[in-house]
Design a protein around this ligand. Sequence first.
Ligand SMILES: [Zn+2]
Length: 343
Amino acid sequence: MKDQLLKLRDEALAAIAAAADVGAIQEMRVRYLGKKSELSQVLGGLGRLPTVEERKAMGALGNEIKQAITAALDAREAELAAAALQARLASERIDVTLPGAPVRRGHLHILNQVIHRIEEIFIAMGYEVAESRQVETDWYNFEALNIPKGHPARDAQDSLFLSEEVLLRTHTSNTQIRYMLEVARGRTPVKIICPGRVFRRDFEDATHAMMFHQVEGLVIDKGITMASLKGALTEMARALFGPDVGIRLRPSYFPFTEPSAEMDISCIFCGGKGCRTCKGSGWIEIGGSGMVHPNVLRAGGYDPEEVSGWAFGYGPERVAMLMYGIEDIRHFVNNDMRFLRQF
Ligand SMILES: [Zn+2]
């Protein structure tokens, strides 16, 4: 029996030393130490040994062999687990010196760039940027701006009404009223520019869109005249288009200003000599302006006998189209990356 036991031990230890992975070790635990293992079977014959001394000796030897095999299994298992971990670390190592996947950086939309530029020009002249809601009530969009119900200007503006009294604002002028009533509350001077989205019911083509932007300016103080309007507009036009650009104010009509004027800039393409873009006139129309109508001042809580003011408004889309030679207003909202990446 002793030889049998020693042979079993040698076989088991050799097999354990040669085990290839942790899985094999687990199988060997069952094979060499389990209830049905050869070792268990041999030791099961202890009772048939002739003397007590022999049984004791063989029992002790059996236990020693069990312990030796258990120790060998534990040691080899630990060794294999460590090796497996090393292999995994090696295979999953990240080479930080490899070049990364390129990340394409985004940038501001061309219209936001132009709006920010306009804002900066006016902030430098001491203006505040004011914004307000795009969904507006009839009163703030029309009534307070001297456009009562039934006024023909309402038809001309082709508004998008959401209900009887609520619409998508047709101009940023609602911000003038809201600023006067909610922020300034009778204080002077008021010096704001109001950029934002506006909406019209219109047929879209290269120069018309249902949604576009406006930048409006409003100044209110004692003794404000059209001279300071022209000064501010000239300053803005030169900052945007260059130091040689001139401004021309042409008499016009808007319900919210009196007197009203179209504002033209001298043609930035021909310098005023006349070309295809300015249709030979030397001037390019850019927006509207005028002295704030007394009714608008009253709606904003100001006394037109005490203060006066002027306002202007124009489209940053138009400015961007002139600056960059963009021929279709729809490019701004089509999200074609080939277009957007150019700016
Ligand atoms: Zn021209």
